[in-house]
Design a protein around this ligand. Structure first.
Ligand code: DGJ
Length: 750
């Protein structure tokens, strides 16, 4: 039983290695008593967070008891306006204009399993006995509102899931200005924060810094979760490394505007919070109506950053991603985007599919440019029928011809968008999201459809289903190439315009739910100019995301390393592309590109017909090798070992669940003259098992065995680098952009 309750006042949620304790205070609010490494249950936790015996400073004392003030109380779901001056988790406006609220405890209940969230993506339970959900009900009798704080804890995970539901129980409407999904007060500020920042083609770079007094915020105001900041924030001890030390991770299952903050107050308490971005948001709650927030995922680890990552990875792989592809190895694909851009016809596509098939590729993906008049990015979005100039016999016929080459067929769509030059715009100019009395800001020459409208949602569902039916595609790349501006919808009255962005996201989720449920066997990959919407909300509907439009292997080291902090390898689209690379102009060896992309939902994004015979042969070998290790690469337990953000060297590895196999990869970006020997301490192996490894030094192949503890405590020594004097047949690492991938096989079980 993972939830203990004492005297209806103290709640202890206990996961595999984690405890979360909440206590009811005398003023009826809830105290955040403890979150961290698992502790034994006890009937009274009040001694854990004692309040000061003497009043602190010139605080306000709402209970007329000078020993109690919210100002220094660690709260579970703080509000503003009485005596707490930190960031509140909620703020509502009553009809008289007051923004005060005071929710106090009224009841609780515990249910087995985990109820779903209406219209929102969320973690699910597969069996009722794998987790329990605690609902704590609070009421504000003046406002006439009910607030339910929900917590789910899994027996065998280090995860707490939180969301909030607010109901208007009175007769008068009020509006929600802010309703965060989770807030947690931690007893000190000796933390470093980690966030994933970036931009287009530079997504999810790891950013770690010491906490400072005051408020630190990351957010999105772009209508998508965005590449500027992922909806993720972690705190860790200053000495936490990849495999050691404490860390807390917080992620939001949401694809629109979010806000995450960390605040260090004057008493060195740290408040960590995540939820919908209150900026440009308001929601009118009429009598009897309820509002549910997106779900927040709170993860704890005492075994370093890899600990939080592995908790996220296994939760998302097992209990967020759904459908036929959840645990299925992903097909090796060829995408024609960087091979042809818009310049192709049926003959070229079929010939690409043919070459792909010869190389062992399993899926051919037709990217942008296949529909009516789409010869550049200025036209046609919204008109989802084939361009007969390029595909004279239509999409279905092309797809059949591709399948005749023994590869399956996948298709690109960008359903949320509309081009000014399109039949759809001629028919429905009113479907565009914009303020009609103001000029519209174009983005990639396109506009966004107003997904708050049900007829727009229905149009998308119908048109995209037709494309899938006609082509019988087994894969869909769902793209989204601009952010949202001029956010205004004529479907809502003036005083409800603050609802547009959230309603857009809810509309998108309805569309995704309808289409993915109609085609349960199709593999969907989400994309937003690469990784502009790489978030768990999208993963709920689509098991993989195109990680970045940047296919340069050196850049990908950072992008994939950062992404892996939260998201599993199986969810990261990763392709080998041609050189010079289209985003950076860099030339890297084919092997280096393969060694990076193989840790992902793997494929190629180049024209095989333009490769020389030696490279084609090498690619065929890569694919053969990839297929033989695919399960381990995509679904093994992933460990980051050396960070590209800290040095010229990167290393990571994946270990099978039974610890009998591991694949280790090492990358050196720039050659280093007269370099020292490099030792990498491996992780996740069975300390007493004996592992065999084969490695290459130039043309020479070596084999040796090591025990797991040796590899983890002493380390695996990378074969020697070029020593700067004589390049022999045995020189393995020579020049820039060097890499190696080693397989460790258990030969004796420990
Ligand atoms: C952006 C995507 O990220 C690319 O891979 C490609 O699909 C283009 N859009 C097509 O317009």
């Amino acid at each position: 039983m993972p939830i203990f309750v004492h005297d209806s006042r103290q709640f202890h949620l206990q996961g595999r290695n984690v405890s979360y304790v909440i206590r009811l205070l005398d003023n009826g609010q809830l105290e955040q008593t403890y979150f961290g490494k698992k502790v034994a249950d006890r009937s009274d936790f009040s001694g854990l967070a004692p309040l000061p015996a003497e009043p602190l400073g010139n605080a306000n004392f709402p209970l007329k008891d000078s020993s109690f003030s919210l100002e220094w109380t660690r709260q579970e779901y703080p509000s503003f306006g009485t005596s707490d001056f930190r960031e509140p988790a909620l703020q509502l406006t009553e009809s008289i204009g007051s923004r005060l609220s005071h929710f106090t405890f009224s009841a609780y209940d515990i249910v087995k399993g985990k109820p779903s969230l209406a219209g929102l993506p969320a973690v699910y339970a597969e069996a009722e006995d794998e987790c329990e959900t605690l609902n704590i009900t609070l009421e504000d009798d003046i406002l006439n509102a009910r607030l339910i704080l929900s917590y789910t804890v899994f027996h065998d995970r280090d995860v707490i899931l939180r969301h909030v539901e607010l109901t208007n129980t009175g007769k008068e409407s009020f509006s929600i200005n802010r309703l965060m999904s989770a807030s947690i007060d931690l007893p000190h500020s000796d933390f470093e924060r980690i966030q994933l920042d970036g931009a287009w083609i530079r997504e999810r770079h790891l950013n770690r810094a010491k906490l400072q007094p005051g408020l630190h915020v990351i957010d999105s105001k772009k209508g998508v979760s965005s590449s500027w900041h992922n909806p993720f924030l972690a705190l860790c001890s200053p000495d936490t490394s990849e495999n050691e030390g404490e860390a807390i991770g917080l992620n939001l299952i949401y694809s629109g505007n979010f806000r995450a903050s960390v605040e260090v107050d004057t008493y060195d308490t740290t408040r960590l919070m995540i939820g919908l971005n209150p900026f440009d948001f308001s929601w009118t709650l009429g009598s009897g109506e309820s509002f549910q927030t997106p779900e927040a995922v709170l993860v704890y680890s005492a075994s370093g950053l890899n600990g939080i990552s592995q908790s996220f990875h296994s939760l998302y792989q097992d209990r967020l991603i759904r459908g036929a592809w959840k645990t299925k190895e992903r097909p090796v694909l060829l995408n024609n985007w960087e091979a042809t851009y818009f310049d192709f016809d049926e003959k070229k596509l079929v010939s690409l599919a043919d070459s792909a098939s010869d190389l062992g590729i399993e899926l051919f993906v037709l990217d942008d440019g296949w529909f009516e008049g789409r010869n550049n990015d200025k036209t046609s979005l919204g008109d989802w029928t084939a361009d007969l100039k390029k595909l004279p016999e239509g999409l279905g016929s092309l797809a059949d011809k591709v399948r005749e080459k023994k590869v399956s067929f996948g298709i690109w769509v960008e359903p949320e968008m509309i081009s000014e030059k399109s039949r759809l715009y001629e028919t429905h100019p009113e479907w565009v999201l914009r303020a009609p009395h103001r000029p519209h800001t174009p983005g990639r020459h396109q506009m966004v459809l107003d997904l708050t409208k049900q007829d727009v949602q229905d149009y998308i569902i119908e048109e995209i289903c037709k494309v899938l039916e006609e082509s019988n595609a087994s894969y869909v790349k769902w793209d989204m190439n601009r952010t949202l501006t001029e956010v205004y919808s004529d479907s809502l009255p003036a005083d409800r315009q603050g609802e547009v962005l959230h309603r857009y996201t809810l509309g998108l989720y309805r569309v995704l739910d309808a289409i993915t449920s109609r085609f349960p066997d199709v593999l969907f990959e989400s994309c937003a100019s690469g990784g502009n919407r790489f978030d768990p909300g999208m993963l709920y509907y689509m098991p993989q995301t195109w990680t970045s439009d940047n296919t340069d292997a050196v850049e990908r080291l950072k992008i994939q390393y950062g992404t892996s902090l939260v998201y599993p390898v199986s969810s990261m689209g990763a392709h080998v592309s041609a050189v010079p690379n289209h985003q950076t102009g860099r030339v890297t060896p084919l092997d280096f590109r393969f060694h990076v992309a193989m840790f992902g939902a793997f494929g190629y994004e180049l024209d095989p017909e333009k490769m020389n015979p030696a490279d084609r042969q090498a690619v065929a070998k890569q694919i053969e090798r990839f297929k033989s290790e695919r399960g381990l690469l995509q679904f093994g337990t992933f460990y980051r070992l050396l960070s590209p953000f800290e040095s010229n060297d990167t290393a990571w590895m994946t270990v099978s669940k039974d610890q009998s196999e591991a694949i280790v990869a090492f990358y050196r970006v720039l050659a280093k003259p007269n370099s020292s020997m490099k030792r990498i301490r491996l992780a996740g192996l069975h300390p007493e098992s004996e592992y065999e490894v084969e490695w290459q030094e130039g043309s020479r192949i070596h084999t040796r065995t090591y025990f797991g503890d040796e590899l983890m405590n002493i380390g695996w020594q990378v074969p020697p680098f070029y020593n700067g004097t004589v390049k022999t047949a045995h020189t393995h690492f020579y020049g820039d952009f060097q890499s190696a991938v080693w397989k460790f096989r258990e030969v004796k079980k420990g």
